[in-house]
Design a protein around this ligand. Sequence first.
Ligand code: SF4
Ligand code: SF4
Length: 372
Amino acid sequence: MSLYIQDYSGRHCILSVAKNAETVEILSSKGFNYIFINDEGTQINIDNVRYNVQIKNVNADALEDFDVIEILENGIADIIYQRMSTDNAFVVTMRCNSNCIMCPCSERSRKHGFISSIERLKDMVMYTPKSAEHITITGGEPCLLKENLFEFMKMLQYELYNTEFLMLTNGRAFSIPGFTEKFISNKPNKMRVAIPIYGYNTSTHDAITQTAGSFMQTVQGINNLLQYKMDIEIRIVVSKLNISYMQQIVDFIVSNFKGIIGVHFMAIEMLGNAVKNADKVWIPYGHIFKYIREPILTIIKNGIDVQLYNFPLCTVSKEFRGICKKSISEYKVRFADNCDKCAVKSLCGGMFESTKRYCDFKPNPITQEMMI
Ligand code: SF4
Ligand code: SF4
């Protein structure tokens, strides 16, 4: 299998995949750059191909036509859009203005990671097929794109008008009324934002973000967005630090954020800061559910959608398994050996590869009889 890249001269570039392409001319007529993949022996006209390279870290067999691939200056490639996946994400920066104690990113990446240029954002949008159903916008903190965020939003609205977007943000930038106003006037029509609340007041939330003033800013940001009837889901990342006051957090949310569309409880991904601070944040799966049962019922009683993210089904009471979502990206999902005996494996979201490595989780396979 060979990869042929047109118009690639060792610079950073974003390309669309055209598998088993027969000629370069047809595919280059749109003015795009393409990556060509061809089985050995198949005819391909590469007369116009100015550069070809073997990319070692991407399995060419895994690529499909219209996938989008990014090649960095050092020749390392990342797949940034997969046509066959329902779990695509545009990572627009690794930096963040918070420093959450259980963040799956490292402190180094949050302080010194990249921030996308407007050219990179444009390329990501232009190469993504218009048929894309769902894309998550994430970081780091996407609002650190500042003015470029609005330009990016406008491109999403006009170029990917059928796509649904979910933006993961700490919500702090929306405490600035002018920022919120500009965001609302540029954002795509089909967009939801997901914002985390970790505590029920300044001291409990800011102890987790390790950032003074973050609670007040996030609360203000959510309320500013709600004034524009923005679709908002609140995420509660459950850790040893906040497990004992889940009810207070939920009471705060239902009393203060009228109009939100969902609350999601999230189990930790044990990477980055989360591993570094494991003794402060880690709580075994099996200990969590008894603390969130009543808070879940409170949310339901208030007519708000509730979901559990990143929880293996066997760690949750039978009657609540219907609100567990298969939320872990496919390439990160892992199961234990005895999960093969489980009757609901195909419905279970498994666990993060990193968390499995960290906690040596022993699942309890669910039998047909246990489901009755
Ligand atoms: S968890 Fe999110 S908000 Fe917190 S530091 Fe990490 S990227 Fe920033
Ligand atoms: S035993 Fe494995 S497959 Fe079954 S619910 Fe638990 S984690 Fe999921």
